[in-house]
Ligand binder design. Structure first.
Ligand code: HXC
Length: 258
C-alpha cells in the first residue's frame, strides 16, 4: 500500500506509523486519518505484528485537525457528511496495543489522537493542549471526554477553557503520559516498550488492553466482572501453562501465540 500522509515500517514485531505532513506540523486531514486507520488495521490483522507505535516529527506529533481544510465547512458538511470526524475512531477498533510517541506539539486533534492510543510516551519537548476554544469551537474527538478521565476534571477544564499548553512535566504529573524521556530517546523508548509487549502471549496482551479500557468506559462492578472473565479464560490457553511452568521451573517462557 502506498501512502501520502504517513510513513509506515515494520521493526521486528512492531508496526511503526509516522505522521508525515511536515509543512503543516502534521495537521490531521481526512486523507491522513484514513491512511492511519488503514495502516493500523493492516498491522492489527498481521500475525507478524504484536504492537504498534504512532509518532510524528521532532517538532510536532500533530498540531491538530487541519484548520485550513475545515475552515469553510458548513454545519451540514460536518454533521451530515461527518467530515473531520468520520474516520477518527478507526484506531479505537484496533485490538493490539498502540503506543503514541509524542515529541513537540500534540494539540487539539493531535492530543486527542495521542489519547486514543493505549498509552503515551513523550519527549521532554512535548506540549499538549486543547486550543480549539481559540478557534471558536470545542474539541471534537475526545478532548472533553478522554482528557478529564485521564487527568482530572480540574486540569481538563483548565486546558479546554483557556486553550493553554501543558508541558511534558505537567503532563506526567497529571497522569496523561506514562513516561517522559529526552527527545532523542522518545521513539526508541516507545519501540522498546512495543517490542517487550510483542514478545508476550497475544491473547493475554489483548485481554489486558480490553480490560483496562473497561475501566475507562463503564462502572467499576462491570469492569471487575469483565476482568475476572478475561482472567479465567486465559487458563484455557497453552501460554498460561507455559508461562507458569517456566516460572516454577526457573526458565524463560516460550510463548506459542505471539
Ligand atoms: C493547518 C497548521 C496547523 C493546523 C500549524 N499549521 N498547525 N495548518 N492546521 N492545525 C501550519 C501553519 O499554518 C504553518 O503553515 C505551519 O504549519 C507551521 O506553523 P507555525 O504556526 O508557523 O509554527 P509555530 O509558530 O512554531 O507555531 C506552532 C503552533 C501553531 C503553536 C502549533 O502552528 C498553532 O497554534 N497551530 C494550530 C494549533 C491548533 O489550534 N490546533 C487545534 C486545531 S482544531 P505556513 O504555510 O504558514 O508555513 C482541532 C479540532 C479537532 O484539532 C477535531 C477532531 C475531530
Amino acid at each position: 500500500m502506498t501512502y501520502e500522509c504517513i510513513l509506515v515500517e515494520t521493526i521486528g514485531k512492531v508496526g511503526l506509523v509516522r505522521l508525515n505532513r511536515p509543512q503543516v506540523l502534521n495537521a490531521l486531514n481526512d486523507q491522513l486519518m484514513t491512511e492511519l486507520g488503514q495502516a493500523l488495521s493492516g498491522f492489527d490483522a498481521d500475525d507478524n505484528i504484536g504492537a504498534m507505535v504512532v509518532t510524528g516529527s521532532d517538532k510536532a506529533f500533530a498540531a491538530g485537525a487541519d484548520i485550513a481544510a475545515m475552515a469553510n465547512y458548513s454545519y451540514m458538511d460536518v454533521y451530515k457528511g461527518e467530515y473531520i470526524t468520520r474516520n477518527w475512531e478507526t484506531i479505537k477498533s484496533v485490538r493490539k496495543p498502540v503506543i503514541a510517541a509524542v515529541r513537540g506539539f500534540a494539540l487539539g486533534g493531535g492530543c486527542e489522537l495521542a489519547m486514543m492510543c493505549d498509552f503515551i510516551i513523550c519527549a521532554d519537548t512535548a506540549k499538549f493542549g486543547q486550543p480549539e476554544i481559540k478557534l471558536g469551537i470545542i474539541p471534537g474527538a475526545g478532548g472533553t471526554q478522554r482528557l478529564p478521565r485521564a487527568v482530572s476534571k480540574a486540569k481538563a477544564m483548565d486546558l479546554c477553557l483557556t486553550g493553554r499548553m501543558m508541558d511534558a512535566a505537567e503532563a506526567e504529573r497529571a497522569g496523561l503520559v506514562s513516561r517522559v524521556v529526552p527527545a532523542d530517546r522518545c521513539l526508541d523508548e516507545a519501540l522498546e516498550a512495543a517490542t517487550v509487549i510483542a514478545a508476550y502471549s497475544i491473547p493475554s496482551v489483548m485481554m489486558a488492553k480490553e480490560s483496562v479500557n473497561r475501566a475507562f468506559e463503564g462502572p467499576l462492578s462491570e469492569g471487575m466482572l469483565f476482568e475476572r472473565r478475561m482472567f479465567h479464560s486465559l487458563f484455557a490457553t497453552e501460554d498460561q501453562k507455559e508461562g507458569m511452568a517456566a516460572f516454577v521451573g526457573k526458565r524463560k517462557p516460550e510463548f506459542k501465540n505471539k
